[in-house]
Write a protein that binds this ligand. Structure first.
Ligand code: AMP
Length: 226
């Protein structure tokens, strides 16, 4: 399966992408994670992105398109994936289409998680994540708390809050979503790929809604028992 998860920041995309990948054995490709990792390693690209990410803006299309193209060139063509945070503009969506066409790997579906801005602002305040490379588990103080406050259940690393989750930055990220990323909804709808679910309720409830949308589309590449 080749999936894109669309939704505003804080809609639960990252959590759902992690679950889909674990349970359907797909690769989780998050541009936010790739960019944060470049920032942590102080690479030239990471340093160019830092002020933009910290202000809640979008990194230039060529930079993310390049990151994704490099990533796909290292992957075997049969690998199923979930895109989390990419594409985010029409120009990125067109570049991604060209890449997938060149690799003869058409998308299976684009899953949109719908959540209103006010609900997002409430949720993001409680969001914590594991900074450890290769783990990156996400938690929420109300909906999905770790067993021990402040500590990752999976690897024991101390959890952190993202600087771009601060309320003013979050509001800006929401504006950017409405201005640039929402255009992708009619784009993928017109291609017959869009499946939308309302992102209210618990994590498993939303996961089940997503699964209901994609299971009818499943192809032999998927190794899930469910
Ligand atoms: P995320 O974790 O997906 O919310 O991404 C964190 C930040 O990384 C975003 O607020 C952007 O600054 C940057 N970023 C991630 N993905 C993209 C993308 N596809 N296009 C432009 N900027 C991105």
């Amino acid at each position: 399966m080749r999936l894109i998860l669309l939704g505003p920041p804080g809609s639960g995309k990252g959590t759902q992408a992690t679950l889909l990948c674990e349970r359907l054995q797909l690769e989780h490709i998050g541009t936010g994670d790739l960019i944060r990792s470049a920032m942590e390693h102080h690479t030239p690209m990471g340093e160019r992105c830092r002020p933009i990410v910290e202000a809640g803006g979008l990194v230039p299309d060529e930079t993310v398109n390049g990151l994704i193209a490099e990533h796909f060139n290292r992957m075997t063509p049969e690998t199923g994936f979930v895109m989390d945070g990419y594409p985010r503009t029409l120009s990125q969506a067109e570049a991604f289409d060209r890449l997938l066409t060149a690799k003869n790997s058409p998308l299976t579906a684009v899953l949109e998680i719908q959540v209103e801005d006010e609900e997002i602002i409430r949720r993001v305040g409680g969001r914590w994540s594991c900074p450890k490379k290769g783990c990156k588990a996400t938690y929420h103080t109300e909906n999905n708390p770790p067993r021990v406050a402040g500590i990752c259940d999976r690897c024991g690393t101390e959890l952190t809050q993202r600087t771009d989750d601060k309320p003013e930055t979050l509001r800006h990220r929401l504006e950017v979503y409405h201005r640039d990323t929402e255009d992708l909804i009619p784009y993928y709808k017109q291609k017959g790929l869009l499946r939308s679910v309302v992102g209210h309720g618990g994590i498993e409830e939303i996961y089940n809604k997503l699964i209901k949308e994609i299971l009818p589309l499943s192809v032999p590449m998927q190794r899930s028992s469910g």
